[in-house]
Design a protein around this ligand. Structure first.
Ligand code: DGJ
Length: 550
């Protein structure tokens, strides 16, 4: 993420340049049907470009096995549409695609693509190849049964695990061949349509229960010098290395040749760095094989660390912040490293939103507590997408994700524009630690205070107060959210007092604002304070002009 001060300056400049309620679709790019989905730096943000235009993924990840047959997935599509998703994250298992070595079955992939297209949805496939949550349960039987040819990891005490070792070139090449075939097939059936946006390569890799693999091939590599390619990269980025990695390397006075323990010390973190290199280079080879067939964005996802856990209690060597430098050195073919966030949402998004790592949240908690984080990820951290896990069931009366995505779909052109301009937009989710908040958006500071009983909707779903605020002109805002009172303080020279001009509740229909009620009097604190109350169904939306007086 860019420093906040930089983003604020950029955002004020854009706010000044925009006209009153500038809400028309904002990208004027000419769609190019022949360009594959890709990531592109657009101003202050890296965005996913689909058919020549930036695309915001309002996504959900299906349960691991929810789409393993067409019969199972059939009822799910309409639920996704009803919840205003535009993208489904769907697992594809190596076992189903290559049930016999060298013999591929594309019927499921083709059926899923047809189902998605019939429902105007995009897809991000999750390649459950060598690993899913550290284990190898989605590898084909011909791999699982041949433990001599396809070696497993071993625990320190010698016990073998049902986890393919990342130190085996045979494992890697078998996975890479399958993945390359998959990408060839996707290219053949989707290169013009672009239903498939991105690929997640493997799932939540890492070593458990020990911090590293103790198989013979791993022990051998661990006793050898740290590969020169990694050392050279660390030397080149010495001043910006993750603090834990730098501190470990400093113990050897930044030695540039020697074993892992000679360079980084005898510690579980050294085991972790060793595994990070081997997972990264393995996955890089798989991604590279896939990209040679069809080059669309690819990423690896991380299971995150709970407080006081040590490597091996969490996925040691996964794409975690302390190993970012190693992953970036070992897996340059990956477009990003992505966090699966089930706690401390803000902390983790801040760690993964970096100038060298655009943010996508492929897994997180949904529901009333989690769905509002979509506002925060897209509006505060400039994420390219948000995707709660376990989506696909019929939305019930307390569903919050659907209404949240409905609002975000309406605001998508504005969000994309302001992500790229880096100015005039911010979002909050008010949790226990951050009750009242002050945020600068455009030419004003907004004082945000939780209203009454938070963001309870009349349907019984308890959301935290949340909101997304966009300066659409020098004295104009569009905002969406629930449970927040808002007062404005001017930040530019001129009269000191602020009044609310025109305040409208409403929604965007085909990019045009449609007012449902015009507000004044009691509903605007007699023209002094806004109440973003939300609707019985989730976030409400307001359009507001301000004026100043002395
Ligand atoms: C994280 C994994 O990546 C998902 O596949 C799934 O198993 C969830 N955990 C379950 O909470």
């Amino acid at each position: 993420m860019l420093p906040r001060s930089f983003r604020t300056i950029r955002r004020s400049v854009l706010a000044a340049a925009l006209g009153l309620f500038a809400v028309a679709p904002l990208s004027s790019q000419t769609p190019s049907r022949s360009t594959a989905p890709h990531l592109e730096r657009r101003g202050a943000a890296t965005q996913l470009i689909v058919d020549g235009k930036p695309f915001l993924m309002l996504a959900g990840e299906l349960g691991n096995n929810a789409a393993t047959t067409m019969e199972a997935v059939r009822p799910i599509w309409t639920n996704l549409v009803a919840m205003h998703l535009n993208t489904a994250l769907i697992a594809l298992s190596w076992a189903q695609i290559e049930p016999k070595e060298g013999e591929f079955d594309w019927s499921l992939v083709d059926g899923l693509l047809q189902g998605a297209r019939d429902n105007h949805l995009h897809v991000v496939f999750l390649w459950f190849g060598s690993w899913k949550n550290t284990w190898s349960s989605y590898a084909p039987d011909w791999v699982k049964a041949d433990y001599t040819r396809f070696p497993r990891t071993r625990q320190r005490n010698g016990t073998p695990d049902e986890r393919l070792t990342p130190l085996s070139a045979v494992n890697r090449d078998a996975d890479a061949r399958a993945f390359a075939s998959l990408m060839q097939h996707i290219r053949a059936v989707d290169a013009e349509t672009h239903t498939v946006l991105m690929m997640q390569v493997e799932n939540e890799v890492g070593s458990i229960p020990d911090a590293r693999d103790y198989s013979p091939v791993a022990n051998d590599a661990f006793a050898k010098p740290v590969p020169k390619a990694l050392v050279d990269d660390l030397v080149a980025h010495k001043d910006t290395l993750a603090p834990d990695l730098r501190a470990a390397w400093q113990t050897s006075n930044f030695r540039t040749n020697g074993t892992w323990e000679e360079l980084f010390g005898k510690a579980l973190t050294t085991d972790e760095f060793f595994m990070a290199w081997h997972y990264a280079t393995y996955i890089n080879a798989v991604a590279d094989a896939g990209k040679q067939a069809y080059d669309i964005p690819m990423f690896a996802n991380a299971a995150l660390i709970r407080t006081s856990y040590v490597p091996g209690q969490y996925n040691s060597g996964g794409p975690l912040p302390q190993s970012f430098d190693i992953w970036h050195a070992g897996a340059p073919r990956l477009d990003m490293l992505a966090p699966d966030i089930y706690f401390n949402f803000k902390e983790w998004t801040a760690k993964y939103d970096r100038p060298d790592n655009p943010l996508f949240v492929p897994e997180t908690f949904g529901g009333a507590a989690g769905a509002p984080n979509a506002f925060y990820a897209l509006g505060h951290e400039d994420a390219m997408g948000f995707s709660p896990f376990g989506i696909g069931g019929e939305p019930d009366a307390t569903d919050v994700l659907g209404p949240v995505y409905d609002a975000l779909a309406q605001l998508t052109p504005l969000i994309l524009e302001h992500q790229s301009s880096g100015t005039g937009m911010d979002a909050v989710v008010v949790d226990g630690l951050t009750r009242a908040q002050r945020i600068r958006v455009g030419d004003y500071t907004l004082d945000l205070t939780p209203l009454g009983a938070g963001g309870a909707t009349s349907r019984g779903a308890e959301t935290p107060p949340f909101g997304l605020f966009i300066a659409t002109g020098p004295n104009e805002y569009v905002m969406a959210g629930s449970g927040l009172g808002i007062k404005f303080t001017p930040e530019t020279p001129g009269a000191s007092y602020v009044g609310l001009g025109t305040v409208q509740e409403g929604r965007f229909v085909d990019g045009r604002w449609v007012t449902s009620r015009q507000l004044g009097g009691d509903d605007t604190g007699q023209g002094t304070a806004l109440s973003l109350r939300g609707t019985p169904h989730g976030p409400g939306m307001l359009r507001v002009t301000l004026y100043r007086y002395q």
